[in-house]
Design a protein around this ligand. Sequence first.
Ligand code: NAD
Ligand code: ZN
Length: 356
Amino acid sequence: QKLELSTAEKKYPIVIGENAVSSIAPFLQNDLNGFSRLMIMTDQNVGKLHLENLLKQLDEFRPAVFSAPAGEKAKSLEIYEEAITFSLENGLDRKSFIIAFGGGAIGDLAGFVAATFMRGIRFIQVPTTILAHDSSVGGKTGINHHLGKNMIGAFHQPEAVFYDLSFINSLPPHEVRSGFAEVVKHALIGDPDLFDWLRMNVSSLEGVTPMQYEEMLAKGISVKAKIVRQDVHEKGIRAYLNFGHTLGHAIEAEMGYGNITHGEAVMIGMVFALEISKEKSGLDFELDGFKTWIESIGYRTSLSSEISKEGLLKRMKKDKKAIGGTVRFVLLNKIGVPELVELPDSFLKKKLGSFL
Ligand code: NAD
Ligand code: ZN
């Protein structure tokens, strides 16, 4: 399948399929402006598993390969500096091209290197996780500071996204769950038909076929693309993409990154937001059935009482969407119809109390 994201500034193709990598070389060959050096950025896991496959396709370009540590460690100032040094030592210049080959962490790092190297060079995204159907599209790039996640970054759109479904076969189950949660999010905020389809077709995450992945990832990306197109720089409705994330991010931080995946935390956040939506936004939704479904495919839908309510609330108040300390939540009026609602602390505290 081929989708397209068009913003006022830029239009780029998103190719999704079982052999999407074979489209990369022709894309680079057809590049009208030409490019000088090519650099692939990947991480140690993806490199071991899949780099050979990618290199086979790109032999003629003689790419330099930078390998970062796996996971969130890639998104550090130290690794960023290493990557810039590597780029300079390997002769990259303003006309060079970067390929981000990995999950969201590599996509964010490589995108940020591309955004800032010599004031910005071109790059393409080759995502290898399910979560990266979300992160590879939309042009947010960045790294972490020790005082906060994604605190250093830039908007920089890729030239193209090539999503090859053969790569996701090697993902461990918790990473599959992490990414699938974002698919459910896209369905809930923007595609009621996709939501029904997921409920009908997904009864275990091991049983999803490549064709089904293609279907749901293309639809999920379409929801994201449609929102990004209308609000590239997150001045307004792009915030809808944060559905489930206000509590989700707080859970991740409170439990410690690495102890729960991003998507698994967001799934709990979505259950919480759905519950509040029923009360505050008039959402008509069978929440118990939804919970039973996601629990049956391996998600938690609540937290143990050990986790501190005060801690969560404090972190939610620091959320980027909070204005003057009042937490703004993405709620659903209907499936596919999100809205931003300010919620007072006292209300949230009470809700957290009955939720945990
Ligand atoms: P990740 O990139 O850390 O990948 C998760 C783990 O899976 C890593 O250990 C990685 O090495 C491994 N892996 C990747 N592909 C694999 C494969 N095919 N087979 C086996 N293992 C594989 O994490 P992620 O979940 O893909 O992305 C999370 C990151 O994305 C976070 O840093 C988050 O901030 C960022 N993000 C960015 C945006 C955005 O719009 N820019 C949106 C959402 C999330
Ligand atoms: Zn997310």
